[in-house]
Design a binder for this molecule. Structure first.
Ligand SMILES: [Zn+2]
Ligand SMILES: [Zn+2]
Length: 287
């Protein structure tokens, strides 16, 4: 059984406040717990600070952190993940190799003058693993990574355990890198590999169709495109993710409606809902 908890759902910028209490104001972070295995964490947005508060100090803490890419909203919480910033902690980080390797990539985002320390000054044992289109095992968890269309090197992940599957594609847009409208309906083969028969897919749904027309080169997508991806993989449940920071709870609810309308058009019969910060669910094990 995989126990999943969502700590941050927001794209681009944390927006805490009374207008975002339902879907959340923290940026991307999701944790996966399998009994007997170290914690697996997807992205280190500001949601990871709440995860640290819930864990507290843990003796000999071990975790695997999968980073889809190194944009601020997915990395900014890393130095505030105090459970891992301890002398006896062991952290394995997996993320896109990019031009300069994952570790140097992280240190260009997290380091002076933008931040007082770089990764070498974190306490504990940190190991950095460059990833592209790969398959690897984290104990009894099977991980698949595929490069996806966004701005700069970006990965989506598929995590399987004992017949249950979670797919995570936080930032994904067919119009990234100035691709034209001919890209808008296409679900690339690598993306289908990630989502095929997944129990749950967390997928970018940042833009309304109107925003997408203006900002397609930002590398995000609409609820309609997220539904296309879910349908292409015969996914059971689609959680719309990476909510626009300009959107309050009611507006995120409207994106959920857009997704459900698109599902009818697409003939997608799985569940469609907007991801909520604090949401917990189990995959497999009858849960
Ligand atoms: Zn993002
Ligand atoms: Zn991004």
């Amino acid at each position: 059984m995989i126990s999943v908890k969502i700590w941050g759902t927001r794209g681009s910028l944390p927006v805490p406040g009374p207008h975002t209490v339902r879907y959340g104001g923290n940026t991307s972070c999701v944790s996966l717990q399998v009994e007997g295995e170290p914690l697996t964490i997807l992205d280190a947005g500001t949601g990871i600070a709440a995860l640290a508060r819930s864990l507290g100090r843990v003796q000999n803490f071990k975790c695997n952190l999968l980073l889809g890419h190194l944009h601020w909203d997915h990395l900014i919480g890393l130095p505030f993940f105090f459970t891992a910033d301890a002398d006896d902690a062991h952290i394995q980080i997996y993320g896109p190799r990019g031009d300069q390797g994952l570790r140097r990539g992280i240190d260009t985002v997290m380091g002076p003058p933008g931040f007082p320390i770089n990764s070498t000054e974190l306490a504990g044992w940190w190991q950095f693993h460059d990833v592209t289109d790969d398959e690897f095992e984290l104990g009894s968890l099977k991980v698949m990574s595929r490069q996806i269309r966004h701005r700069g090197p970006t990965l989506g992940f598929r995590i399987e355990h004992d017949g249950s599957t979670l797919a995570y594609i936080s930032d994904h847009g067919p119009g990234a890198e100035n691709r034209g409208p001919e890209a808008d309906d296409l679900v690339p083969e690598g993306v289908v590999d990630l989502v095929r028969d997944a129990d749950v897919l967390l997928h970018d749904a940042q833009h309304t169709p109107e925003q997408y027309e203006r900002f397609r080169h930002f590398g995000h997508c609409t609820p309609g495109y997220a539904v296309k991806v879910a349908a292409a993989g015969n996914v059971k449940e689609l959680l719309l993710f990476h909510h626009d920071p300009g959107r309050d709870d009611d507006a995120v609810g409207m994106m959920e409606e857009l997704g459900r309308d698109a599902a009818k058009v697409e003939g997608f019969e799985g569940i469609v809902r907007a991801a909520m910060e604090g949401d917990t669910f189990n995959l497999g094990g009858g849960g």
